[in-house]
Design a protein around this ligand. Structure first.
Ligand code: PLP
Length: 233
């Protein structure tokens, strides 16, 4: 578990360096530790090193850890694809959802968010490369979905999220990250108030930070390889 502390310190330093060599040296970047397939003990170790934001992509697996770690002040982010039969648990147990890509899911999350909780923070996942099988809304449809999500009172629309194609040269992702930032700026100019760009993972978070990311979702670089190989979503 000492390794986790070291990895976190290194990751934070790399984020800091990337800020200064990028276009947004003063930006605030949150390091979201992606703890899917990692134990509650590993999460506790990351917490002890100062991490407060954790990302999970499977509801059942996450709920067990949430219970184990109930006493900690963690902000839980759901970063996986959202099945409609899981929205209730997500709306009740998470503070952020990163991969909203259709109104039906947003509406369910809104309806199921408990009324004594603050609004659920939401990002819209954008399918930038037009990958058929991948989740996410096409760039052209983001603005309509964003306006609809904005009208849901139990949700708070925060920004955009991207998950670029796997196994490509991380440098090519710089173009996608810049495009996501431009899309966000266009929406903001159109009076859709967004403050979040959820972009960058272990292989490319420095590139994402240089392009204006505000939340990097980092798993392997903090915790090491996951027990069982799984698809990113
Ligand atoms: C697994 C996952 C990550 C983290 O991936 P690493 O390469 O381990 O950093 C980030 N975002 C999403 C949506 C994921 O599913």
């Amino acid at each position: 578990m000492d390794k986790i502390a070291t990895h976190i310190a290194q990751t934070l330093q790399r984020i800091q360096d990337a800020k200064f060599t990028g276009r947004f040296p003063d930006s605030v970047v949150t390091l979201l530790a992606v703890s899917k397939r990692q134990s509650a003990t590993a999460i506790q170790a990351a917490y002890d090193s100062g991490i407060r934001d954790f990302g999970e992509s499977r509801v059942q697996e996450a709920l067990e850890k949430l219970e184990d770690l109930e006493s900690l002040k963690i902000t839980w982010h759901f970063i996986g694809q959202i099945q409609s039969n899981k929205t209730r648990e997500i709306a009740r147990n998470f503070q952020w959802v990163h991969a909203v890509d259709r109104l039906r899911i947003a509406t369910r999350l809104n309806d199921q968010r408990p009324h004594n909780y603050p609004p659920l923070n939401v990002c819209i996942q954008v399918n930038q490369a037009g990958e058929g099988q991948k989740a996410g809304v096409n760039e052209a449809d983001v603005s309509t979905l964003a306006r609809n999500v904005m009208s849901l009172p139990r949700l708070r629309l925060r920004g955009l999220m991207t998950l670029p194609p796997a196994n490509t040269d991380p440098k090519t992702n710089a173009v996608l990250f810049a495009r996501l930032r431009n899309l966000k700026d266009t929406l903001v100019a159109d009076r859709i108030p967004l403050d979040t760009l959820s972009m960058g993972m272990s292989a490319d978070f420095e590139i994402a930070v240089r392009e204006g990311s505000t939340i990097v979702r980092v798993g392997t670089a903090i915790f090491g390889k996951r027990d069982t190989p799984i698809k990113t979503q």
